[in-house]
Design a protein around this ligand. Sequence first.
Ligand code: ARG
Length: 609
Amino acid sequence: MNLLERIREWVRPALAALVSETAVIEELLGTIRTAGRPEHGDYQINAALPLAKRLGRPPRQIAEELLRHLPPAEAWETPEIAGPGFINLRYRNSFLAETLTAVAADERLGVAPVRPPRRYVIDYSSPNVAKPLHVGHLRSTILGDALTRLLRFLGHTVITDNHLGDWGTQFGILIYGYKHFVDPQAYAADPVRELARLYVHVRSLFRKKGDDDEDEDGGDDPIRQACRLETARLHAGDPENLALWRQFLPHCLEMIERIYRRLGILPFDYQLGESFYHPFLPAIVEEMLARGLAEESEGAVVIPNPAGRIPRTPEEWQRDDPPGILRKRDGAFTYLATDLATIRYRVEHFQPDAILYVVDARQALHFRTLFAQARRWGYNQVELHHISFGTILGEDRRPFASRTGGAPELEELIEQAVRLGRHKYEQSRQERLAQGHKLPDLSDAEIAAIAEAVGIGAIKYADLSQNRTSDYVFSYDKMLATDGNTATYMQYAYARCRSIFREGNVAEERFRTQPPPIQITHPSERALALQLLRFPEALQAAASEYLPHYLTNYLWELAKTFSGFFEHCPVLKAEPASLRDSRLLLVDLTARILRQTLELLGIRTVERM
Ligand code: ARG
């Protein structure tokens, strides 16, 4: 059950007694917030002020009237009016206690499946596969994976599709490299490594080192031009190049799949790359020409913008649908054409309500163009969303140097995080032992598993805890801190909960099959109960805006509240037994919710640390 939803349902009839427009009622319901301070209750209704303005009457009077119209309810204390007309609401302790005991018996921890569920296609990770993954591929992969887990948990159907860049000019580079520089022995021994070497080698021969600009026409750079020629031959069906492409592709996929496995990314339902859509493109372009949606211009096929002018100023970009190119003068089909074909395919085969594209903010213009053109083409039922995200910066606050092809390879980043994670963990273990803590004896395998969970968890959490729309600095130090809003802190909190059960020799089972009544005897017990009940609200908020950092914010609040509880409320030593049981239940629920939330973020927990 969602506490906030529950309040909204309760307040709705009271608002309806004062205003009739549904839209206004919805807006006013949006003013209900969690209270900033405990003395303001649990939630605040801030509707009286805007309503007073609307009705031209004093806010306090409006607040009083709202209270009179509230239906009788068992769940709340008598609401209080504060200041100019805020209404403070406080759940009754008995309500919190009873609801929480019910949640404990629920495998879904109080989260009701959404009604009605929706069908999503999520397009994420989607790397260009001819080269090793680098830091730039991290965000889409991590964010997309977390959103998939979250939406599925809520009960939606999610079809994941890795839109691999498996047909682009990077393959021209590989083919050119292979034809001129391959070391056959090295290729036979380790094709993945040899292909990666060839890619880097050919790029180093380019005169001007561009960003990922293999798409530019090569200018007068002979090697670039030669690579483009190989790509063009591949696209034209040249048997030799096609055979090389078929030979390379599985190795390229192996390269990225190794990293997905290590990161613990869910397996994709589909990996329909750009090459899959290539055969559809000529007919689609013909169709768009025939329907007058596209036109030929100097040998290229373009979609003009309806206003018939090329937008130049930012205002014009805002106002007009951007124009687009479907086929270039040299006959090459564009990224845009492929993406239009992809929308058609997805709509026909998966019938989604929405397609989410988890892609770098720098592609905003592409998606604006794509969505506008897809709608004009007739795909105006399906929701299309660009789930855009900012850039990962180096410690110097500048984007990692992908311009010189020097962006750190993802595999090395992961390796380093795990190494440092292990070091940190062993250090903190020594410190805790020195302070006289009893710690479990751990095998080498267990320590390695902890290092992996800590290192990879740190990378993921650092990313997911940022508002995805902002840039952030990649810092091992910050992400591996054992204190603060980090994965490690949450993993420790989880292990600590578990250790309480081990220490007291208590089996968790009973707390789930026959949860005991919760007793609220201390403010920090109450705060924890309330925070645990807010779990569904946090999931809902994260899902409705596709913002996983709402989940990490929730985790952070939960972990802090738990630590306050732990400080003030003895658990194993509590008496009588009913109070001890109640507190053990709070600990078990904290552990379950920590673990479930981390799992939704794709982060592993360990039972003992
Ligand atoms: N392969 C593209 C890149 O690396 C991202 C593809 C995103 N998905 C899409 N349907 N356009 O930039």
